[in-house]
Design a protein around this ligand. Structure first.
Ligand code: NAD
Length: 257
């Protein structure tokens, strides 16, 4: 699979799933733009290291996805945008009657509204180039719910709905829009929780992962960032040209339950 000549923008990609996706797109030959809200030497060094490793152009552009204008400027400042991966996201857990309004607003802004702004800015560029892929990183929580995650679940269901709408608006063009719905993914953030969980439950790593952390994931295995990157690359391939407006679950069977 070659994505030579394509430019991919991955929001929220200086760590975790976004970084994994950016690396797999780079491995497939795409030029890649990394993004987050920070602007550190490490962020730019990360882009340089991906560029060196895969022999492609990789740049880092700072933009805060909670700011509508910054979302649009990210796409505007990027030059081409053939592949847009909306991945930036945050989480907050609380009963709805105690859910802080500012946390609700931040989750809706970063996890859902940013997808509207980046997509609106990217589609004209895709139309001009005559090809485009929108890949939205939703969640198993875009299809099902859990208690205490009202904002996240509202935002992710919103992203799934928006994906369908974008797919219909672009259906007669060589552009597709799909959502990937991961279950529990092994990111550095999740990895860091394992020692505390082992202590709290007095269990070995394997047992705490399978019985506590992956309780809702029937495979009892984490999905990996490389698998999410591979799924994204597939959605960018010619084989996926007629796949649009749908969700692909990468969740070890969670949503089959
Ligand atoms: P993470 O915290 O490692 O990554 C989130 C990324 O978003 C980071 O690069 C962070 O810098 C960036 N970000 C946060 N706020 C931002 C802002 N205001 N502007 C720009 N960038 C911002 O988490 P992750 O697990 O890699 O999550 C990535 C996406 O995958 C999220 O949308 C999340 O909801 C989704 N997801 C994660 C899991 C999981 O198990 N880890 C499961 C399902 C869905």
């Amino acid at each position: 699979m070659t994505l030579n000549g394509k430019t991919a923008i991955v929001t929220g990609s200086n760590s975790g799933i976004g970084l994994g996706i950016a690396r797999e797109l780079a491995r497939s030959g795409a030029s890649v733009i990394l993004n987050s809200f920070t602007d550190s030497a490490e962020d730019h060094a990360l882009a340089a290291s991906i560029s060196d490793e895969f022999g492609i152009e990789c740049r880092y552009i700072q933009a805060d996805m909670s700011d509508p204008q910054a979302c649009r400027d990210l796409i505007g400042n990027a030059g081409r945008c053939d592949i847009l991966v909306n991945n930036a996201g945050i989480q907050f857990v609380s009963p709805i009657d105690e859910f802080p309004t500012e946390k609700w607003d931040a989750i809706i802004a970063i996890n859902m509204n940013s997808v509207f702004h980046t997509t609106a800015a990217a589609l004209p560029k895709m139309r001009k180039a005559g090809w485009g892929r929108v890949v939205n990183i939703a969640s198993a929580h875009g299809l099902t719910a859990s208690p205490y995650k009202s904002a996240y679940i509202a935002a992710k269901h919103g992203v799934v709905g928006m994906t369908k709408s974008v797919a219909l608006e672009t259906a007669e063009e060589p552009i597709t829009a799909n959502a990937i719905c991961p279950g529990y993914v092994l990111t550095p953030l999740v990895e860091a929780q394992i020692p505390d969980q082992m202590k709290a439950h007095n269990m070995e790593r394997d047992e705490v992962v399978k019985k506590v952390m992956l309780e809702r994931q029937p495979s009892r295995e984490f999905a990996t960032v490389e698998q999410l990157g591979g799924t994204t690359v597939f959605l960018c391939s010619d084989a996926a040209a007629q796949i649009t407006g749908t969700t692909i679950s990468v969740d070890g069977g969670w949503t089959a339950l």
